[in-house]
Design a protein around this ligand. Structure first.
Ligand code: ADE
Ligand code: ZN
Length: 318
């Protein structure tokens, strides 16, 4: 079976496993408001995106030091290697840390220090995408980007995530600045929000990939455009199931999307919270949808096409 080897939609903070949350809390002397690991895990049952985000942001309290961010990144890469990942582009919600008083340099230093040696240590090439939080004022995103640029840590791109409420247009100047500085652009859209949100991030933010984008299926003309322009959609099946974006994985529209020629990829989003890493996502879909070797090979090829890598690395991954 040809498994996808590229992961393009992964929030580092969404890889915080309950065991690591408790280990970091102990190291940092933080009292958690849960009755232990099993109690925390029992809360991983969500009614929608916001109910997940509330717990996801709350658990970030344990990330305080550069070492914490490094340990988080290393734990993800260890698990991703076991999943067969050879290239990963990972998201970091920098504002969720600076808003808690953690300096951007601490978070970025910890993450980028580990990513710098990911190929040597884990056999995974990697890049960092700074994701701005859509529920915060757009001026905060601009300030965050300026700070990240001034600090000079290696960054591959920018993204937009969090609750899919309000227009994306206010983030245009931040995305324009990122583009002018040579950064790639992606955005979450069409997860809980409508197909119009996918159009908006393409037209206004100039994104090269759409994160989720599953609700683009509600707009035929948009699907035609995504196919014609080969805009990748980074799908996250277990996430969609756990956040009730879809009712069941047995009805997941992946095969229809492949047949229409959409450049879809399979990813894990926040694997610690949604019950599986990228290999688990692919295995579940394969089991429930009966994906063929050809379809799996197309998914793998799509991931390589959608990755922000140079031709030499693309050839190696192919
Ligand atoms: N941040 C982390 N996971 C997310 C998701 N699935 N959608 C939007 N923002 C997120
Ligand atoms: Zn996401």
């Amino acid at each position: 079976m040809t498994m996808p080897t590229v992961e393009l939609h992964l929030h580092l903070e969404g890889t915080l496993e309950p065991e690591l949350i408790y280990a970091l809390a102990e190291r940092n002397g933080i009292d958690l408001p849960y009755d232990g690991i099993e109690d925390l895990r029992s809360r991983y049952s969500f009614t929608g995106l916001q109910s997940f985000l509330d717990l996801y942001y709350a658990n970030m309290v344990v990330l305080r030091t550069e070492e914490d961010f490094a340990d988080l990144t290393r734990a993800y890469l260890d698990r991703a290697r076991r999943a067969g990942v050879r290239h990963a582009e990972v998201f970091l919600d920098i504002q969720a840390h600076t808003a808690r008083g953690v300096p951007a340099a601490v978070a970025l230093g910890g993450v980028t220090g580990v990513l710098a040696t990911s190929e040597a240590d884990h056999g995974i090439t990697s890049g960092l995408i700074i994701t701005f939080l859509r529920h915060l004022p757009a001026e905060d995103a601009r300030t965050a980007l300026e700070e990240v640029l001034a600090l000079g840590f290696p960054v591959l791109g920018v993204g937009l995530c969090s609750s899919e409420v309000g227009p994306a247009a206010p983030f245009k100047d931040t995305f324009d600045l990122a583009h002018a500085r040579g950064l790639h652009r992606v955005a979450h859209a069409g997860e809980e929000g409508p197909a119009a949100n996918v159009r908006e991030v393409l037209d206004v933010l100039g994104v090269e990939r759409v994160d989720h984008g599953i609700r683009a299926l509600e707009d035929d003309a948009l699907v035609d455009r995504l196919v014609a322009e080969r805009v990748p959609l980074t799908l996250c099946p277990l996430s969609n199931l756990r956040l009730q974006v879809v009712d069941s994985l047995a009805d997941y529209p992946l095969v229809g999307m492949l047949e229409r020629g959409l450049v879809v990829t399979v990813n894990s989003d926040d694997p610690a919270y949604f019950g599986g890493y990228v290999d688990d996502n692919v295995r579940e879909l394969t089991r429930l949808l009966g994906l063929t070797p050809d379809q799996l090979a197309t998914l793998a090829r799509n991931g390589v096409e959608a990755a922000f890598v140079d031709d030499a690395r693309r050839a190696e991954l192919t």
